[in-house]
Design a binder for this molecule. Structure first.
Ligand code: FES
Length: 103
């Protein structure tokens, strides 16, 4: 397991970007829990964010691709709007242990 950050480092409905095995990843925290995804769009593998740690839409209801406005469900990573509709972000298992988020 790899410790990524403390849970309190991510605001509720917030994201936290980091690199793991030379690939960009991000953590997302919402009322359902904490989720981890590879930061790469399923349709062309580019990062979803323009500015680091800013991966959500204005209403903080979906993960949003900054290039195309595509929307992904926070809890599943499924694209519900945009060029990769029906595809999924690559999910990475994560757990919380003694206040640390680990993958
Ligand atoms: S890079 Fe795929 S929706 Fe933007």
């Amino acid at each position: 397991m790899t410790r990524v950050c403390r849970t309190e480092q991510i605001p509720c409905e917030g994201t936290f970007c980091f690199n793991h095995n030379d690939r960009p990843h991000f953590l997302l925290r919402n009322h359902s829990g904490v989720f981890c995804y590879v930061n790469a769009c399923p349709h062309n593998r580019v990062r979803l964010d323009w500015t680091e740690n800013n991966l959500l839409d204005a209403e903080k209801l979906f993960i949003q691709c900054a290039s195309h406005g595509a929307l992904f469900e926070m809890d599943t990573g499924r694209c519900v709007f945009g060029p990769c509709q029906g595809q999924y972000l690559q999910s990475v298992p994560c757990t919380i242990h003694e206040g640390w988020i680990e993958i």
